[in-house]
Write a new protein. Structure first.
Length: 311
């Protein structure tokens, strides 16, 4: 990883020098556009509307247009802003960690100590752990003031930039204002379905199937060219029941049964072992039950004795 920013976390009179690293990366297959007829690469050009010339990126400035006038802002102009010059991550407050709504999280960054002594860094990390608090901070990055959550992940301090309040849309749907009756049985079946899917989250068990199939498609086209048979490459798609409209209770019931069947031990393994372990007991149990039924049918019916009051 390469540091994209250097500064210091500041709270009170304490400064913690740090380096900022992107905590995530994109794993998507990179594709570009080509001309359908001859496969020629399609490239975008930055062309000036006044002189018609193609302009290099280094010769481009930013501008603001209010409809009547255009104000050009150079890189030097933007760098002169006081906030842009500030290299501190200022702690605004420490809040309970559960008070930050996950919808506000934007990008994630790791913080590495940027000094010979890591004592201040470790102290801040341990303090956040001990108090179960998250630091709400403000800092400037890439020509924008950022609000962020400073928290602990393992042994590392990390920043998660937050969206501003007016950047989160309010959800208001008329359909949710309707009164809906949910029966106790439906809630019971829904809870059973959730229980049948219950597990511990393990991120390494999940993969991006679309990207894997895209790589398979690319490799197959390299080998076979335009004669590629997609059904041979990916197999035929099985029929799905998605087109049928099912009653909610029926859909819940089928879902629970289907998921339970998927979790049953394979035939010939555990079930076979159990049947081998208890052959005699099961057989004797069946015989005893059958004998009992025969005895009850053969025996004359007698009136039941009344229970005594002291019983």
């Amino acid at each position: 990883m390469r540091a994209i920013w250097k500064g210091a976390v500041a709270f009170g009179l304490v400064n913690v020098p740090v380096k900022l690293y992107s905590a995530t990366e994109d794993h998507d297959v990179k594709l570009h556009q080509v001309h359908e007829k001859d496969g020629g690469r399609i490239r975008y050009q930055r062309r000036c509307e006044v002189c018609g010339k193609v302009v290099e990126f280094k010769d481009i400035d930013k501008a603001f247009d209010d409809g009547e006038r255009t104000v050009v802002l150079t890189d030097e102009d933007l760098a002169s802003l006081p906030v842009e010059k500030n290299r501190e991550i200022d702690v605004v407050e420490f809040v309970p960690s559960d008070q930050i709504d996950p919808i506000m999280f934007d990008r994630s960054y790791y913080l590495e100590p940027d000094s010979k002594s890591t004592k201040a860094y470790v102290l801040l990390r341990k303090t956040l752990e001990d108090t179960d608090r998250t630091a709400v901070v403000k800092f400037a990055l890439r020509q924008k003031t950022r609000l962020a959550a400073l928290r602990v992940r393992g042994d590392v301090l990390m920043l998660q930039t937050l969206l501003w309040e007016d950047e989160v849309r309010e959800a208001s749907f008329p359909s949710l204002e309707e009164t809906v009756r949910i029966s106790a049985k439906e809630r019971e079946m829904s809870a059973a379905l959730v229980e049948s899917f219950s597990s511990d989250f393990k991120p390494d068990e999940f993969t991006d199937e679309y990207q894997e199939q895209l790589r398979t498609l690319i490799d197959a086209k390299i080998e076979q060219g335009e004669s590629l048979d997609t059904e041979a490459t990916f197999g035929e798609e099985g029929e799905e029941e998605g087109g049928k409209v099912l009653d909610l209770m029926e859909a819940l019931r089928r879902s629970v049964e289907k998921n339970r069947e998927g979790k049953k031990p394979a035939a010939g393994k555990d079930t076979a072992a159990e049947s081998k372990a208890k052959p005699a007991s099961k057989a004797s149990g069946r015989k005893t039950a059958a004998k009992k039924d025969e005895d009850e049918e053969a025996a004359p019916k007698r009136p039941r004795a009344k229970a005594s009051k002291g019983a």
